[in-house]
Design a binder for this molecule. Structure first.
Ligand code: PEP
Length: 249
């Protein structure tokens, strides 16, 4: 049985004080929840303070990206060790906004994934098709390429430490959610790919989150699907009460 994971991606929102206030408010509302995992991913600038604010909390903290090198002349980049040193235990990799605006590819996703795992961070690997790809009926082909490229060369033991997030790009921040059936079709396809690439027990362990305009109103029907193991949530994670409702679906 996979434990659900509800993850909030705050993106480039919340300055330091707002981040801490949001974390504290959320902690008051969900601090007693233990039958599901809860994660918040603030901007880099707030991870340390949010982790401090959540020091004795069930809520975990993660980064929204990382760079694969350990250290050196890479202006503006953040290494896995830096993330860990400020209290992150998870990291989002390959979010569609990074693919769209910051030239992220399956190859860079793969390098980041390996670096995260080597440093004992739990990576959340994002995949998802664009609207035109869904309309062309190439969704599953796109997902297969992203999964096979992103997870290339991964050992079974390492695969068991990853999380996958299916986020149709047309559903992110648009208010358009995939129907539970559309999401389940892709989640089941991803699980099948994971069986082929690794083995069945491994594929059964890996959590596959859905992301794309998840709200307190639609989380329950999404979570009722056999292969949906949680949510990666943008907009609805920026208000403590809506994220708390969603966590307690
Ligand atoms: C996301 O940030 O990954 C996301 C799915 O955003 P939203 O929930 O706002 O669509």
């Amino acid at each position: 049985m996979r434990k659900p994971l509800l993850a909030g991606n705050w993106k480039m929102n919340t300055v330091l004080q707002e981040s801490v206030q949001l974390a504290e408010a959320l902690n008051k509302l969900v601090g007693d929840v233990n039958d599901r995992d809860i994660l918040v991913c603030p901007p880099f600038t707030a991870i340390n303070s949010v982790a401090e604010a959540l020091r004795n909390s069930v809520i975990m903290v993660g980064g929204q990206d990382l760079f694969w090198e350990e250290k050196g002349a890479f202006t503006g980049q953040v290494s896995p060790k830096m993330l860990k040193s400020v209290g992150a235990s998870y990291v989002i990799i390959g979010h569609s906004e990074r693919r769209q605006f910051f030239a992220e590819t399956d190859e860079t996703v793969n390098k980041k994934l390996c670096a995260a795992l080597a440093n004992n961070l739990h990576p959340i690997i994002c995949v998802g098709e664009m609207l035109a790809e869904r309309e062309n009926n190439t969704t599953l082909k796109v997902i297969e390429k992203q999964i096979k490229g992103g997870l290339k060369g991964l050992a079974v033991g390492d695969a068991q430490r990853i999380t996958v997030a299916y986020e149709p790009v047309w559903a992110i921040g648009t208010g358009k959610t995939a129907t539970p059936e559309q999401a389940q079709e892709v989640h089941a396809f991803i699980r099948k790919l994971l069986v082929e690439m690794f083995d069945k027990p491994t594929a059964e362990i890996i959590r596959i989150l859905y992301g794309g305009s998840v709200t307190p109103d639609n989380i329950k029907v999404l979570m009722a699907q056999a292969d949906i193991d949680g949510g990666l949530v943008g907009g609805a994670s920026l208000k403590a009460d809506s994220f708390a409702k969603l966590v307690k679906y």
